[in-house]
Design a protein around this ligand. Structure first.
Ligand SMILES: *Cc1c(COP(=O)(O)O)cnc(C)c1O
Length: 496
């Protein structure tokens, strides 16, 4: 007999075992609170959320409080439970009131995320019902919901019926899936990698190089195509590079364009790049993690013309559709290519063959994941409860607010702006009469932050320190942009 599994032989030991099982059953009872207990903890959580939301307008956008976060460690994970009140206090002081308040209307840094309330309720429902959204037979409804959302998103992009996609945890993973799909579709083998060429720009998001490395393509040759004055990839230089590389016996295979770069929100000339990709037979991927969602509104659709010509694209609903962090999407025009790159089978999954009823792809066959969060619900619920019209309005509003900011900030003497915004990111800096502009703008940036009501971020463009204003939160409106302008003016006067 195997020593780690002692045999249960006598009557007494069976009874002992049953009694121990019953003891364990009562010991784990706190894992499944009853209706009364649920009401008590739920009310506390709901009350906390309500006071969080009601205080947003007054709340600071930045909590400079490393020490408070460290206090979390004073309450180690232990055998003993603690009360919900204590837990919420701890959460509030050590987590929520530390660092960036990304839910604030004054948060105009990096690429703002959303946090639609409807999605929080969807997450709640998804977790309470805990539906398995990985394969069709386990929850045909959950899978249908995801397929429907993928179709809706494909339509926004302008992809045909053949398109497929996957709801991911974010844009980085979605880009990774697209790169893997491109690799498989272009039949790139290990022996080809060192002579195969990928075309990016200096403004390509770093997650694409990360994706290339993770996908085993880190040894591809990367050509960075130079940008025009508005930081968009230059098609003439791209074409010249492809021709040159071909002539040199290399294998150009992938172009990555960006629809909304992180630094300046610039959109590469998608139509012209798509034409080049098709002429030279390269895969054309467009990273629209930030900008893609704008295609929902007419203004955005016009600006993003050409996106429909890509082979694959990425949108981050946790950016442009205002969802809380945790949702990206990859879309592939010829959906079967996404399937071919990700589908697998196993003996223990054999039931899915007999139980399948829908004839649709299951998320697990379009994704690196098997078990997964029931993600569709957090996109579906806000779309159903609010309809798409408010989303369109919000996206157009963000474009106009950014243009307004761009126009107004130029009026301030000594301010130099970056290019006219394509979407909802714009850059500026102050040119002091004497002294280092970089140093001055670093200080300006810091004093705007310390003011506490608006949070901007900065970047380096052609070795210049520039301040970015990125407007994408569904809570950011005209009053907040006016307030940001006022704060910038005030802090500028103080520093001059
Ligand atoms: C945000 C962003 C990413 C990365 O997406 P995550 O959701 O943060 O993983 C990639 N590309 C662009 C252009 C982005 O704005």
């Amino acid at each position: 007999m195997n020593a780690i599994h002692p045999s249960v032989s006598s009557e007494t030991s069976i009874n002992e075992m049953k009694s121990e099982i019953k003891t364990l059953e009562s010991a784990q009872r706190p894992l499944d609170p009853n209706a009364e207990q649920r009401t008590r903890i739920r009310n506390k959580v709901v009350n906390y959320s309500e006071s969080f939301l009601l205080n947003q307008a007054r709340e600071s956008v930045y909590f400079n409080s490393e020490e408070n976060a460290a206090k979390l460690l004073d309450s180690p994970i232990s055998e003993e439970p603690i009360e919900i009140e204590t837990v919420l206090d701890l959460l509030d002081s050590s987590v929520i009131k530390t660092g960036l308040n990304t839910s604030s209307p004054g948060y105009m840094a990096y690429v703002p995320s959303g946090g639609l309330y409807h999605s929080s309720l969807a997450d709640y429902l998804a977790a309470v019902t805990n539906r398995y959204a990985g394969v069709s037979f386990a929850s045909p409804g959950a899978v249908k919901m995801e397929r429907m959302l993928i179709k809706w998103l494909s339509n926004i992009v302008g992809y045909p019926e053949s398109a497929e996609g996957d709801l991911t945890s974010g844009g980085s993973i979605a880009n990774l899936s697209a790169i893997v799909t491109a690799r498989e579709a272009m039949e790139l083998k290990a022996r080809d990698i060192e002579t195969s060429v990928v075309y990016l720009s200096e403004q390509t998001h770093h997650c694409l190089e990360k994706a290339l490395r993770i996908a085993g393509l880190g040894e591809c040759i990367v050509q960075y195509i130079a940008l025009d004055d508005a930081f968009r990839m230059r098609p003439d230089l791209l074409e010249a590079a492809i021709k040159r590389d071909r002539k040199n016996g290399l294998n150009p295979w992938l172009i990555v364009a960006t629809a909304g770069t992180t630094d300046t929100g610039s959109i590469d000339p998608l139509e012209r790049l798509a034409d080049i990709a098709s002429r030279y037979d390269l895969w054309f991927h467009v990273d629209g993690a930030y900008g893609g969602a704008f295609a929902l509104c007419d203004e955005g659709k016009r600006i993003l013309k050409g996106l429909e010509k890509s082979d694959s694209t990425v949108i981050d609903p946790h950016k442009g559709f205002f969802l809380p962090y945790g949702t990206g999407v990859v879309l592939v025009k010829e959906g079967r290519k996404l399937h071919q790159a990700h589908a697998y089978d196993a003996h223990y999954m054999q039931d899915k063959e007999t139980l399948i009823t829908t004839g649709e792809f299951s998320p697990a066959d379009l994704s690196p994941e098997l078990s997964r969060h029931f993600r569709g619900l957090r996109l579906w619920l806000p779309l159903k409860l609010a309809g798409t019209a408010p989303f369109k309005a919000a996206l157009k509003e963000k474009i106009l607010l950014t243009r307004y900011f761009h126009e107004q900030i130029q009026e301030i003497e000594g301010i130099e702006t970056g290019p006219y915004p394509d979407l909802s990111i714009t850059t500026f800096r102050y040119i002091p009469k004497r002294g280092s502009a970089n140093r001055f703008n670093e200080k300006l940036m810091e004093s705007i932050r310390n003011h506490g009501k608006v949070f901007l971020s900065s970047t380096q463009i052609n070795s210049s320190f520039v301040i970015r204003c990125a407007i994408l939160s569904f809570r950011t409106h005209l009053e907040h942009v006016e307030e940001a302008l006022d704060i910038i003016k005030t802090e500028l006067e103080k520093l001059k």
